[in-house]
Each structure stands twice: as C-alpha cells, then as structure tokens.
Design a protein around this ligand. Structure first.
Ligand code: SME
Length: 151
C-alpha cells in the first residue's frame, strides 16, 4: 500500500532542519509525485487573526485563490467546521471555488495545533470520486506530522 510506504518519507521530511515552508513544499511534491490521483496539493493557513485563509506552499497549476474567506468554498467551510471534507464530484457542490476546469474531486483535511484549527491540506483530483477512507487516514497522519512542526 502506497500510503504505508509514504508515511516514513513524510516523517523524514518533517524532521529535516530546513524551513517550515520548504518542508511543506517537499510534502506537496512527495504526494503529488506518488499518488497519481493527487493532481494539486497545497496548504492553506489562517491569515493572522483574520477570518480568511492564505495559500501556503503548493504543487500544481497556479491558482488565483490565494485568499479564501472563512465559509467560502470547500476550504473556507473546513476552516469553520473543523471537519474533513471529501467531495467526490465538485460539479454538484454549490459552495465551491473552481481553480481549474480539469478538477473533478477534492479533499480537505484540517490541521490542528493545540486543538485549534490553524489551516488545512487541500488536494484536487482530475479523477472522479477517487478518495477513500484510506486517503483520510493517511492525510490525517500528514496533518498530525505538520502540526508537530508548527507547534
Ligand atoms: N476548490 C477550493 C479552492 C482552492 S483550489 O482547489 C486550489 C475550494 O472550493 O475551497
């Protein structure tokens, strides 16, 4: 199972001495490279004390959505719900922000530091309905490791 092979690689990246942004970027690269249905992988973080998310490191097509207000789109909804959000088919979501016409599905997993939702990992897929609970468990592992370097 690819996820079990990737976990030690995620840990190897998070334990490096490089900057947080470099390590987050390497995680994006790792996931996008090895999981064929992960086509855009990025991090959003709360922008200081504002009610908005700001784009962090990412891999994939550049997006205009570098700032997302809380409540808007899939990402903005996760900022307020504190829950994983798996979207098998983005075309039937009414509160969705399209970044690219090729995207069919999306998964967003929140990142908690000391119990506070401080950001999220966001993945877009060009494959319809590709995500399973195994993706959620794996991405929860990733967000936990990221949380440890943001403490
Ligand atoms: N689709 C997201 C916006 C971010 S892009 O996927 C990079 C959303 O609806 O929040």
């Amino acid at each position: 199972m690819i996820f079990e092979q990737l976990k030690p690689q995620v840990e190897a990246i998070t334990s490096k001495k490089s900057s947080v942004d470099e390590r987050l970027f390497e995680i994006c690269q790792l996931l996008e490279k090895h999981i064929h249905y992960y086509n855009w992988v990025g991090f959003y973080f709360r922008n200081r004390n504002k009610e908005e998310l700001k784009l962090g490191p990412y891999v994939g097509t550049p997006t205009d959505h570098t700032i997302i207000p809380f409540g808007k789109g899939i990402c903005g909804q996760v900022a307020v719900s504190n829950q994983n959000f798996v979207v098998p088919d983005v075309s039937v979501q009414d509160n969705y922000i399209a970044c690219s016409m090729t995207v069919k599905a999306e998964i967003v997993i929140p990142i908690f530091v000391n119990g506070k939702n401080i950001g999220q990992i966001d993945i877009d897929s060009n494959t319809p309905d590709p995500f399973t609970e195994a993706d959620e468990r794996f991405l929860e592992f990733v967000t936990q490791k990221v949380s440890e370097i943001l403490q």
